[in-house]
Design a protein around this ligand. Structure first.
Ligand SMILES: [Zn+2]
Length: 412
């Protein structure tokens, strides 16, 4: 219990490193990001790690294995937050990783590979509008055009690097060689309500869902709300309403999740039949094939609705990201650890939210442990975790890390 209390106290302490006086906001390359790295580096050092900050502003700590310079199992998460954030999203994963190394150090234990803890500087993309900047620098998927991205005050990424004492021209040195990394394990709050609903503290992540987004416009004919009889109407909002329910039903049936989160109705007057409706669509599933089949079924269904209601449809794809599967062997390590700590068979679930593990997957095998959060709430000051869950998460993460390090360190 002592360790979990320390971890929660560390999360409380980092919550005070905020750009704002009320609430928590800690964006990439700001002075409070610098301060958070410095505090985390101190904890890493106390846990017996050699520390350094890389060229992208990610904080690292390395705990050597049985032999010096061995490849490393990387564990960690991110330190940046959204505006008005909670105190556990990302941060808890960093502190659990440090907690695991602290236990290894206390027992004087060395593993067949090194353990490196990483605290990524940008996962949320809050400052420059592009996510996963920290982990993508490490994975070697940094895009040169990002240097021109600007924050809301007009400072570009290149200037922000310089202001933070980083050298843009050295960004390539943040990239890690896949031959030096055996895998990446991340612990993170679930950010959803599934574990709480099942009365479970911990879960095993199978995959991080890939999202597809589209902008859909249905066009009918605007007309007088009093003088146009129903059989002469081409009401775009009635069509869109049918479409929203069809989208829900199709996604439910296929095992995907789909959301219409935003809608514009024109002309948008109390006494006018809606002539145009444009709405957003977000579809996610643990496998791209399931997601794509769902989108295809949605297109077909919307076409039928439009035909029946004499509407026309304009469909614009706006975003597509592939799902990332967690490696079987790392899922197995996490699953056995969860079973051992929690007592019953581990629940496997996919992540509907993005994580640093998505970027790290282009470098190495990835795995994730989910921790229950109160009400499934995240990206909000009400984000909460239970102390006994954090204690179980630390035990499970320690077991998973040791198992993974052993497996990876075994001679082929
Ligand atoms: Zn996060």
């Amino acid at each position: 219990m002592h360790d979990a209390d320390q971890i929660l106290a560390a999360c409380d302490e980092l919550a005070r490193l905020s750009e704002t006086d009320t609430g928590i906001m800690r964006r990439y390359l700001t002075p409070v990001h610098h301060d958070a790295n410095a505090r985390v580096a101190q904890w890493m050092h106390e846990a017996g790690m050699a520390v350094h900050q890389d060229a992208a502003g990610n904080q690292w700590g390395r705990y050597e294995g049985l032999e010096a310079d061995a490849p490393a199992l990387v564990i960690g998460s991110h330190l940046d937050t959204v505006p008005d954030a909670g105190r556990y999203d990302g941060i808890l994963g960093v502190m659990l990783a440090i907690g695991v190394v602290q236990r290894l150090q206390r027992s004087g234990r060395r593993l067949p590979c090194a353990i490196e803890v990483v605290a990524f500087g940008d996962e949320e993309g809050t400052r420059f509008g592009t996510t996963l900047l920290g982990s993508r620098a490490v994975a070697g998927t940094w895009e040169p055009e990002w240097w021109a991205l600007t924050d809301p005050t007009g400072i570009c990424l290149e200037q922000a690097f310089e202001a933070a004492g980083l050298v843009p021209g050295r960004i390539d040195t943040a990239r890690r060689e896949s031959s030096q990394i055996v895998g990446y394990l991340e612990a993170h709050i679930e950010q959803g309500p599934v574990l709480e609903d099942r009365d479970l503290a911990l879960g095993v992540v199978t995959a991080i869902a890939g999202a597809r987004r589209a902008r859909i416009t249905l066009t009918g004919c605007a007309g007088h709300a009093g003088t146009t009889p129903f059989d002469l109407r081409r009401d775009a909002l009635c069509g869109a309403s049918e479409a929203v329910l069809a989208i829900e039903a199709l996604a439910r049936a296929s095992g995907a999740v789909a959301t219409v989160g935003e809608m514009n109705v024109t002309p948008g007057a109390v006494n006018v039949i809606p002539g145009d409706v444009s709405f957003s669509l977000d579809v996610r599933a643990q496998e791209d094939a399931v997601r794509d089949r769902t989108v295809a079924a949605i297109v077909e269904s919307l076409e039928r609705i439009c035909t029946a209601r004499e509407l026309t449809m304009h469909w614009e794809d706006t975003h597509s990201a592939s799902a990332v599967a967690c490696a079987d062997w790392l899922q197995d390590c996490v699953s056995r650890a969860v079973t051992q700590v929690q007592g019953d068979e581990a629940l496997h679930l996919f992540s509907g939210a993005g994580h640093d593990a998505m970027a790290m997957a282009s470098l190495t095998d990835v795995g994730m442990l989910f921790i229950r959060c109160g009400g499934g709430v995240s990206h909000h000051p009400d984000e909460s975790v239970r102390a006994d869950d954090v204690a179980m998460a630390l035990d499970a993460f320690e077991i998973a890390v040791i198992r993974a390090a052993r497996q990876a360190g075994l001679p082929a």
